[in-house]
Design a protein around this ligand. Structure first.
Ligand code: PLP
Length: 443
């Protein structure tokens, strides 16, 4: 309560802004994920690793636009690319040179030869699923229970579910996430637990017997919406093997992991190559760019025109210029080495605090991403998350951060994303706030 009161006092101008915003913005925000009780915190500007809210509070940014700003705010190389592009026209709906350069670089990083562009992660996963359906002529899809893949109907299924609605492990429930999603679409999406390849294969076999063989499995190689849940050793190898044996397209949704955990995302980091990969967020250097990459075989339906992958703003020149600068000038091999070493430092710092104060939890991360998971037991999937996460401690940690100059994602299920502009001082600030919370809890 004390922390909540303090945050409200620090963000009075956000409260005023909220009142004005509510007049013509539904709920006072542009996206429901920006909502927060009692009011959202409105930001004014960002520079490098820091952001400032409308009250003038200066904060280290660990939210980084849901992990989009791994290059830091207002990066000069991206600014230069945007200005140059702006001066010679921002949109034609015709292909440009920069799109070729981006395709070449992504092909090199992912070892996947064929690419297309979109404007968001949701569009990337929507199109990838359509490509899989068009290629296989099948309609059912398999996803991981609890994973978020964007806001289109087919994947707004079996996320944000309460513990008593999960269903049994072999038979997890297909439930719509909010109103407005047709039941017919929900029924085509079959969830399976993360980190259990045998359960996935049994479900695929049952579906096949029922004449509902799936077109694809869509999954994040590491779950990034329950804090961070890493794949257990051998899990991704087993999934790759199962999908190959059953003739099912494997889609790695790397909207969060791509560009943030290695130059070639989870595909490089874990050494498993899917048939299709989806990117967005950190790809565009702060502009709304998404991409789909694939093998020759998996992208053949796009190439022969049987599946339409289209969009007025696909490959938008402004976004492509920013993406090219981001990939070639900012997210270099040195940048990834820097992110890895910073993340090691913050993870070790947090783990030290946990041990010293005997807190129920552990620190976990990869590349630029990580979190403290408040749970006495290891979280391996959505069921174990729902059963074990200490919500009060997660909430308290969020409030402590926000009150002490650490800007975090709203919610108890998100992780930090470091940027290339973060340094030892920024991650030490995070650890110090965490330690202050641990001290207060003990007092
Ligand atoms: N896929 C994953 C793994 C995501 O985390 C998200 C967004 O959080 C999306 C897809 C959707 O991306 P967007 O919000 O750009 O539509």
């Amino acid at each position: 309560e004390r922390e909540e009161k303090q945050l409200n006092e620090r963000t009075q101008r956000s409260d005023e802004t909220y009142k004005r915003a509510q007049v013509h913005l539904s709920g006072g925000v542009a996206s429901s994920y920006q909502l927060r009780d009692p009011w959202p915190i409105y930001l004014e500007r960002g520079s490098g690793p820091k952001v400032w809210d409308v009250d003038g509070n200066e904060m280290w940014d660990f939210h980084n636009g849901f992990g989009s700003m791994v290059q830091g705010h207002a990066h000069p190389a991206i600014g230069k690319a945007l200005q140059e592009r702006y001066a010679s026209g921002t949109h034609f709906a015709a292909p440009t040179e920069d799109a070729i350069a981006v395709g070449d670089e992504l092909a090199r990083r992912w070892g996947l030869p064929k690419w297309r562009f979109t404007n968001s992660g949701s569009e990337s996963t929507m199109d990838a699923i359509r490509i899989a359906r068009g290629t296989t002529g099948r309609e059912t899809i398999v996803k991981i229970f609890g994973s978020y893949h964007g806001h289109h109907d087919g994947v707004m299924v079996s996320i944000g579910v309460e513990y008593d609605q999960i269903g049994d492990h072999e038979n997890l429930a297909s439930l719509p996430y909010g109103a407005g999603i047709p039941q017919a679409v929900v029924d085509l999406t079959i969830p399976v637990p993360f980190n259990d390849a045998a359960a996935m294969e049994r479900r695929i076999e049952r579906l096949t017997e029922e004449g509902r063989k799936p077109a694809c499995v869509i999954m994040e190689p590491a779950m990034m919406n329950l804090g961070v849940v890493l794949p257990e050793p051998g899990y991704l190898e087993a999934v790759r093997d199962i999908t190959r044996r059953h003739g099912i397209i494997l889609i790695f949704d790397e909207v969060k992991t791509g560009l943030t955990i290695a130059a070639g995302g989870a595909t490089e980091r874990f050494g498993i190559t899917p048939d299709l990969v989806t990117l967005a967020k950190a790809l565009g250097g702060g502009t709304p760019i998404g991409a789909i990459g694939g093998t020759e075989e998996a992208m053949a339906a796009v190439e022969d025109g049987s599946v339409y992958q289209v969009g007025t703003y696909n490959g938008n020149p402004l976004g492509m210029a920013a993406t090219k600068a981001n990939l070639l000038e900012v997210l270099t091999p040195e940048a990834y080495a820097h992110l890895d070493s910073l993340n090691e430092r913050i993870l070790a710092g947090c783990e030290g605090v946990i041990r010293k104060h005997n807190l129920p939890g552990y620190s976990v991360g990869v590349g630029s991403k990580g979190c403290v998971t408040f749970s006495a037991n290891k979280i391996v999937d959505y069921e174990t998350f729902k059963a074990n996460q200490d919500k009060d401690l997660s909430e308290l940690a969020w409030l402590y951060n926000m009150n002490r100059g650490i800007f975090m994602t709203p919610g108890r299920e998100e992780e930090w994303t470091l940027s290339v502009t973060h340094d030892d001082a920024s991650v030490d600030a995070y650890v110090q706030v965490f330690e202050a919370m641990a001290d207060d809890l003990m007092a």
